[in-house]
Design a protein around this ligand. Structure first.
Ligand code: PRX
Length: 689
């Protein structure tokens, strides 16, 4: 199928159902194909605690290798997941059916008839054996300050918050919006919701008041929980002020709990309750609300290619089981080790690998409140030395940033406690992979590049190095996790044997989100219509040797900026509201550190009338206010028009190529409605760089 130059010659250059350019291994600067010719490494040879060739799944002692285990997980998936559900979770009522899920019939249920509670699984069942062991290590923003929370202390805090919420009228099924940064209070609040059956809705505390309000209103959340201020990188972030602004637009909100993270005083209104005081007077025992397997544990908003952010719904049993199993086996976690996922609880990584995966395994989990460069780029490694972390799990953006600061900040600290080095969120390029492996891990630790999504609930592709000696190929997540059956599909949505295509998952697995809050049709349309019978991830992938997968990037109009998902349509909507702007197009462009940066094209209503500099400032301020700083464009290019097909469709593919300085591959532009605009945009782009 290849023409010898590494390009496909019989595949149309763009996908029929989206604007993805299938010949796109060159789209992302960090993706270099041909990884098979790179050096390979053997997993766990230096620091595994496991003897060679024993199955990592104690539930299946006869399955001696990963291959056997993997095949079994697909061939006997009900036995596989049913056995794990009974052995790894504690149920108040056993389930009667493992699953009725089918992507053909679009049914998604797991463990019907069962009842359980996530907080019992994350806390109560560990109390006898591990009550005094650390559950949480809160690495505060203040450098060098950390607070240990035992399982007992966490249990008591959860009990008090649970009672406080119940007494103020929060009931099972209610949505509770949490706008807090990483802290024991935040984690205990999430678990308190789980305990009383309320649905937590964590909103990343970097989102603006407007973005927060949109999420509160969509969730119809009566309760909001925030802090007077948040501390991040030594700066005070006025969280309560943002919430005050947001709730003026949220008629559904009836109470706002305020935790005092700092000494800063904030005005308290009629709806506001001092959370620290309110919980202090509550008993530590809180009655458990048992939940049906399919009852919602939480919702979490994420960006899609069109429309408003979607509130993905995760189930209690299936999600918890998947977070539990993948945490244990992707990272080869052993009890007693300290696991350091530095993600914020506002993202799915924080949900699955700061909270639910580690705590349901009885692990000690880090809550990192700061930033990688505060007070200097040695922050992570100083923390590793001081806390003796055994695992660290971070983003490629942070790695690339730290790599640029040189090896000195790493080598200054003792990293001998580290065993596994994970990353997630974006493609991990070769340079960062090698640096992580050789400099950070001293060639001793396995690199675990994990691919997954808010929707998948937990890790779906990862090198799975718990089999000692398993090969690890740099810069790719490689192997599907047990129970995950991958497929690549072509432009027609049909499964293909080709090396590249749209990444799909064939078989149901328990961690998959169940719906989009209030819009199940959108859920079905987004994930189950492009490739009927399969879960459609929205990512493109490259398959090597028929088995190992490398992720190319998003195929739709979703950006991945520093591992954070942003819908181009969301940013365009804000910019289009500027009175002097007639239309806009937002795309991603390759960015050395962030992986992808935001590049906006804007057409003005009247070029002569407006000052472009002023409009640029106003546009940026609108984006910051309405979405948040993370969506700010690096570049706004003003153009008299946008390249369109004769049928009026904006040619984003061409805009992306220009933004990536790939002028040779613009393709045939003669069929555009106004071919001259390309030359204008290219010249302007060159001026800007
Ligand atoms: O494009 C993929 C990218 O992040 C997207 C999911 O984003 P989100 O739902 O915010 O979850 C991020 C954390 C799980 C994916 O569709 N992505 C995630 N992990 C990787 C990745 N891209 C390449 N390599 C990865 N390891």
């Amino acid at each position: 199928r290849r023409d010898g130059k590494g390009k496909y010659n019989d595949v149309p250059s763009s996908c029929a159902t989206c604007s993805f350019d299938l010949i796109m291994s060159d789209r992302h600067p960090n993706i270099q194909s041909g990884s098979t010719s790179r050096p390979r490494y053997s997993a766990g040879v230096h620091n595994s605690r496991r003897p060679r060739s024993t199955t990592p799944f104690p539930e299946f002692p006869d399955l001696k290798t990963h291959e056997e285990l993997y095949n079994f997980s697909l061939d006997y998936s009900e036995t596989f997941w049913g056995t794990l559900a009974r052995s790894r979770l504690t149920w108040s009522k056993d389930f009667t059916t493992v699953t009725d899920s089918s992507f053909e019939t679009k049914t998604f249920g797991w463990f019907h008839g069962g009842e359980l509670n996530a907080s019992v699984n994350c806390i109560d069942r560990h109390l006898n054996e591990r009550g005094e062991e650390p559950a949480l290590i809160w690495e505060k923003d203040e450098p060098g300050e950390s607070v240990f929370y035992s399982y007992r202390k966490l249990s008591e805090t959860v009990g008090q918050i649970g009672n406080m919420l119940k007494n103020s009228g929060v009931k099972a099924g209610d949505r509770v919006t949490i706008y807090l940064s990483n802290s024991p209070t935040a984690v205990a609040t999430m678990l308190a919701c789980a305990r009383i059956g309320a649905i937590h809705n964590v909103v990343f505390a970097g989102f603006s008041a407007n973005a927060l309000a949109a999420r509160i209103n969509d969730a119809q959340s009566e309760t909001v929980i925030t802090a007077n201020t948040i501390l991040r990188g030594g700066k005070l972030i006025p969280a309560k002020k943002t919430v005050d602004e947001a709730v003026t637009h949220c008629p559904c909100v009836r109470r706002v709990f305020v935790h005092f993270r700092t000494e800063v005083e904030v005005p308290m209104g009629k709806m506001d309750i001092n959370m620290d005081k309110a919980m202090a007077s509550e008993p530590v025992d809180c009655t458990v609300e048992n939940r049906g397997s399919e009852d919602t544990l939480f919702m979490l908003y994420t960006s899609g290619s069109t429309g408003a952010p979607k509130g993905l719904i995760h189930s209690t049993a299936g999600y918890l089981l998947y977070a539990n199993v993948t945490f244990k086996h992707a990272f080869d976690y052993n009890i007693g080790e300290k696991f350091g996922c530095v993600a914020d609880i506002g993202w799915i990584t924080g949900h699955s690998y700061v909270l639910y995966g580690p705590l349901s395994n009885g692990a000690t989990t880090l809550l990192f409140e700061s930033t990688p460069q505060y007070p200097d780029p040695g922050r992570y490694w100083e923390m590793v030395e001081r806390l003796k972390l055994n695992h660290i799990y971070l983003s490629p953006t942070a790695l690339r940033l730290l790599l640029k600061s040189g090896d000195g900040y790493v080598k200054k600290y003792n990293r001998s406690s580290l065993r596994k080095l994970g990353c997630v969120g974006e493609p991990l390029n070769h340079e960062a992979w090698e640096w992580y492996h050789k400099v950070v891990g001293e060639g001793r630790c396995d690199i675990i590049d994990t691919w997954w999504q808010t929707e998948t609930g937990g890790i779906c592709i990862s090198p799975r190095p718990s089999e000692v000696g398993a090969e690890i190929i740099p810069a790719m997540p490689m192997r599907p996790m047990p129970g995950i059956s991958l497929a690549l599909v072509d432009n027609q949505g049909k499964e293909t044997d080709a090396e590249k295509g749209a990444l799909c998952i064939k078989k149901p697995w328990p961690g998959l989100a169940r719906s989009i809050y209030g819009n199940h049709d959108r859920f079905l349309q987004t994930y189950f219509s492009n490739a009927p019978g399969l879960y459609y991830t929205g990512d493109g992938a490259h398959r090597y040797n028929n088995s190992h997968f490398q992720i190319i990037g998003r195929m739709d109009d979703v950006l991945n900026v520093s591992g954070h998902r942003l819908g181009t349509a969301e940013i365009e909507d804000v910019m289009d509201d500027h009175p002097d702007v007639s239309e806009t197009a937002v795309i991603g462009f390759p960015h050395d550190i962030k992986g992808e940066g935001v590049y906006a094209y804007a057409v003005l209503k009247d070029e002569r009338k407006s000052s472009k500099k002023e409009i640029e400032i106003e546009l940026k301020s609108m984006i910051k206010t309405r979405i948040g700083g993370l969506a700010l464009p690096e570049i706004i290019l003003f153009t008299p028009s946008l390249p369109r097909t004769r049928s009026g469709k904006i040619m984003r593919r061409i805009l992306r190529k220009i933004a990536a300085n790939d002028f040779e591959n613009l393709g045939d532009t003669s069929t555009l409605a106004d071919p001259d605009v390309i030359k204008f945009i290219v010249d302007k782009h060159k001026e800007l760089f």
